[in-house]
Design a protein around this ligand. Structure first.
Ligand code: IYR
Length: 230
């Protein structure tokens, strides 16, 4: 059969796409080894100050930007911070919020649930890590006349992009932590972001401070999280 390299639908060009087909045997092998590799990722709270090249951070962000998004609106902005004065300001304001969280806003149950993770209000990683990426979701855009129009499935879109970013960080041999100081409004102010952007997640990126210990957590097994309907 002759395959055209492009066709038109609703007046828009669609290009021929042919992902590489692999044998079932190779599929089993690859999916298993990818799982083993992904399962070796751990969130790390203690970072070394060793620098990471900007080019690597750019590649990580480009990887995240390959995520699917509602109507392909790509409703995200990634702010990559290595400036130590800015990192110190972010730490200072995050710790103010976290102090309030730990002392007044979080329930006893919540704090008990965090005991295995050994977290507290102190966030030295916000200064130690060579880079912080703050992912902002773009709730809406402005058209040519300056009118607002909403993006679609914004939380889903940026959530998927952040998942892919975390995977890319692991692939680069670096570590991260999903940090959500809440409320996060101070980040938009410090980074001078426009009104349509809301901070979604803050990811410190770098090398672990050695020796590093992580909590001995177990992940749910397949049977605990999967229902097959065959
Ligand atoms: N934001 C706080 C508390 C915290 C909450 C959850 I849920 C965690 O999984 C970890 C921490 C902090 O960053 O310490």
């Amino acid at each position: 059969m002759e395959v055209k390299d492009h066709i038109f639908i609703n007046g828009y060009q669609h290009i021929s796409y042919r992902p590489e087909i692999i044998s079932e045997e190779e599929m089993v092998r690859k999916s298993e080894s990818f799982y083993d590799w992904l399962d070796s990722r751990r969130s790390v709270r203690d970072f070394s100050e060793q620098p990471v090249p900007k080019e690597v951070i750019a590649n990580l962000i480009k990887s995240a930007s390959t995520a699917p998004s509602g109507a392909h609106k790509q409703p995200w902005t990634f702010c990559a911070v290595s400036d130590s004065i800015l990192k110190a300001k972010i730490r200072e304001e995050a710790e103010i919020e976290e102090k309030e969280n730990y002392e007044n806003r979080m329930s006893e149950r919540w704090k008990k649930d965090l005991e295995p993770l050994a977290t507290d209000m102190h966030k030295p990683f916000l200064e130690d890590a060579p880079w912080l990426i703050v992912a902002f979701k773009r709730a809406y855009e402005f058209d040519e006349r300056g009118e607002k129009y909403n993006n679609y499935y914004v939380n889903e879109s940026i959530g998927i992009a952040c998942g892919m970013l975390i995977t890319a960080i692991h692939n680069a041999g670096l570590v991260t932590l999903t940090h959500t100081p809440s409320p996060m409004n101070f980040l938009a102010k410090l980074l001078n972001r426009p009104s349509n952007e809301r901070a979604f997640l803050l990811l410190p990126i770098g090398y672990p401070k050695l020796p590093t210990y992580v909590p001995n957590l177990k992940r749910k097994g397949l049977d605990e999280m999967t229902v097959f309907y065959e």
